[in-house]
Design a protein. Structure first.
Length: 203
């Protein structure tokens, strides 16, 4: 699929896909600013994508976006807690051993799920679909907990997802992930600055 295909799709956009893309971009921009309204954008966009991915035979991706809807509720709740007893959530860094364990678990789960999908369904890219799904579940949890390393996970996840979506005819969504990849360094830098500022205050 080339540029002509993308142009044609842009000219005959599904209003639902367009809304999902706009809200997804808004989500990331608001996450970079650590704005709680990012979770509202995430919830609505994710609900739309559940339907879109079922139509593209990306069943694990569809299941992932069901999880995203739930995580939007969790993220809103977590970021909203601001009191003397429980201060606002701040950016943190987690030990390497936690990430190593998480990555190993993701690979094992994705391998098993990919095998089952390849044997018993018509799923497209069952192993890659499973890998990005389980990795995104973990990365979304890291965002909700404001863990700095989430941005590195998303860089790898979004690059792989972009290729999958393009191959399945979701060119507009693939373009969304190109935008994500461009914005990820911005998010990483902003959150790193926030983390370092917190470190100075606590010293």
């Amino acid at each position: 699929m080339g540029l002509d295909t993308l142009v044609n799709q842009l000219q005959a956009l599904s209003s639902l896909e367009l809304l999902a893309v706009v809200l997804a971009v808004a989500y990331l921009l608001l996450v970079i600013r650590q704005n709680i309204w990012c979770w509202i954008c995430a919830g609505v966009s994710s609900a739309i994508y559940v339907w879109l991915f079922i139509g593209a035979n990306l069943y694990m991706e569809s299941l992932l976006y069901v999880f995203y809807v739930a995580m939007a509720v969790y993220g809103w709740s977590t970021w909203k807690r601001q009191s003397v007893a429980e201060p606002a959530l701040s950016v943190s860094v987690w030990p390497l051993r936690i990430h190593a364990t998480a990555i190993l678990t993701i690979v094992v789960l994705a391998s098993g799920c990919g095998y089952l999908l390849s044997r018993f369904s018509d799923a497209a890219f069952p192993y890659f679909d499973s890998l990005t799904t389980f990795a995104a579940i973990w990365a979304t949890f890291l965002v909700a907990r404001k863990v700095l390393e989430n941005w590195w996970y998303w860089l790898a996840i979004d690059a792989a997802s972009m290729l999958i979506y393009w191959a399945r005819g979701l060119e507009l969504t693939a373009l969304l992930f190109v935008i994500y990849i461009i914005l990820i360094p911005v998010g990483l830098i902003q959150w790193l600055r926030s983390y370092r500022a917190q470190e100075i205050v606590t010293q």
